[in-house]
Design a protein around this ligand. Sequence first.
Ligand code: FES
Length: 113
Amino acid sequence: MLGQDGGGETHAVSLRWRDGREESLSVGPDETVVDAAGAAGVGLPYGCLYGACGTCTGKLLSGDVEHAAEPRALKPRHRDVGYVLLCLAEPRSACRIEVGARVQADLVPNPWK
Ligand code: FES
C-alpha cells in the first residue's frame, strides 16, 4: 500500500533478534518502528519514546530510516555505523534491523569489567 505524499509510503521492515527470532512489520507513513511493532503485537524494548534514553536502540542492517527528531541518546559515531533509535525511526525504504536489549548493551561500557 502506498501513501499519498512524498515521504509517505508504507515499508516492509524485518526485525532480527540475536537469538535468531525474526518478525516482519509494515510500517506506515510517519509511523515509527516502535509504534508499528506495538500495533502488530511485537514487543520491542523502549523507555522515554522521545530519543533520550537509548532503550530502543537498534542497528540498521540494510535500508534507510530517518529520525523524526534528534536522536539524542546516540553519539554521532554510533549513528555513523548504523545505530538508530526505533522510537523515532521512520523507514524510507524496506529495512532489516537488528533489535533487542543486547543491541543497546553494545553501546554502553560495562563499569564492572
Ligand atoms: S525509547 Fe528512549 S530513546 Fe527511544
